[in-house]
Design a protein around this ligand. Structure first.
Ligand code: NAD
Length: 322
């Protein structure tokens, strides 16, 4: 479909494309081509992060698309994220400048705190991206930095014009209410795991009431977590094969993946699916131009089982809460 992607207005005043392209687990070798292909397919929002370890290659893909005249920088909406290792306030601007340098750009359209909890600083010359562990293997070491202190530094990014909008990811209700108490610049977006097995309706209501736009990640649920050997991901019926999803797909003449994405976008959320296959890129992008009946939206929502996959404790043993 050549229909331009709708945008959502953020509290910062900027417009964010409702459908974007996710960059987690996009391999370094293919990343530049994948980003270039995604832009060519019509994606304008790119969802990156320090932790994905591919920001240089993302930048190469962007540079190629700009050089070929497919887009200008200002047509793109580039998102990145602050890894908890850099949550200490004095580390925020330096790492953002490094990340901007990797992308080869002057500013991020949106920059998110990736997770609320702060980890002890690791110098990028020692290991980058640093991952969860202080020693790169098994040791989890916290930093004493509060979320409030990190958020002040995030606000400084807007003042310094390094980020146009700032937001949060993987935050729950209590932390958001606390943040709204002290934030000079409220979070423009909240990026969370969201699929029919994990709906988080109360959190969505909170965000809506507070003017925070929600971006759904891992829209296909367990599909993204099979490669980590998560038992609960393997035990579930894949959403693309689920009877309710496939019967709704047949009813509308769409792919199950498009039904899952439309369920989110029709309810006002932004989505950021990822694929390396060019034909699937176009298919995923086409998830705003048709409507599901309320009864079908409700049937999908009713699958909610509170099953979360992207939880730090699923990747390593810890009693830390995020
Ligand atoms: P995804 O939902 O985009 O993809 C999951 C799997 O589905 C992939 O293996 C993909 O190849 C496959 N797939 C994609 N489209 C398909 C289709 N039409 N048919 C069949 N299979 C298809 O999962 P994701 O990467 O976990 O999430 C999307 C993006 O969200 C990430 O790339 C990243 O940018 C972001 N994200 C953010 C966080 C966070 O903590 N903030 C966590 C996870 C993901």
């Amino acid at each position: 479909s050549t229909m331009p992607t709708p945008t959502i207005k953020l509290s910062s005043g900027y417009e964010m494309p409702q459908v974007g392209f996710g960059l987690w687990k996009v391999a370094n070798e293919t990343c530049a081509d994948t980003v270039y292909n995604a832009i060519k397919a019509g994606y304008r929002l790119l969802d990156g992060a320090c932790d994905y370890g591919n920001e240089k290659e993302c930048g190469e893909g962007v540079a190629k698309a700009i050089k070929e005249g497919i887009v200008k920088r200002e047509d793109l909406f580039i998102v990145s994220k602050l890894w908890p290792t850099f949550n200490d306030p004095e580390q925020v601007a330096p790492v953002v400048k490094k990340q901007l340098g990797d992308w080869g750009i002057e500013y991020f359209d949106l920059y998110l705190m990736h997770f609320p909890g702060a980890l002890k600083y690791v110098d990028p010359s020692v290991r980058y991206p640093p991952g969860w562990h202080y020693d790169g293997k098994s040791e989890i070491v916290r930093s004493k930095t509060t979320i409030q202190d990190t958020w002040r530094a995030m606000e400084g990014l807007v003042d310094a014009k390094l980020a146009k909008s700032i937001g949060i990811s993987n935050f729950q209700a209590q932390l958001i209410y606390d943040m709204l108490r002290y934030a000079r610049i409220p979070p423009a977006t909240l990026q969370i795991e969201h699929h029919p097995y994990l709906v988080q309706q109360e959190l969505l209501n909170l965000a809506k009431n507070e003017g925070i736009v929600v971006t759904a990640y891992s829209s296909f649920g367990p599909a993204s977590f099979l490669e980590f050997d998560f038992k609960h991901a393997k035990a579930l019926v894949p959403l693309m094969k689920d009877d309710i999803i496939t019967s709704i797909a047949a009813k509308y003449g769409k792919q199950p993946s498009q039904i899952l994405l439309r369920w989110a976008t029709q309810r006002g959320l932004a989505v950021i699916p990822k694929t390396s296959r060019v034909e699937v890129m176009a298919q995923n992008l086409d998830c705003t131009g048709f409507d599901l009946e309320k009864e079908d939206l409700d049937k999908i929502t009713a699958k909610d089982s509170g099953i979360r996959f992207n939880q730090p404790s699923n990747y390593f043993k810890t009693d830390m809460m995020w």
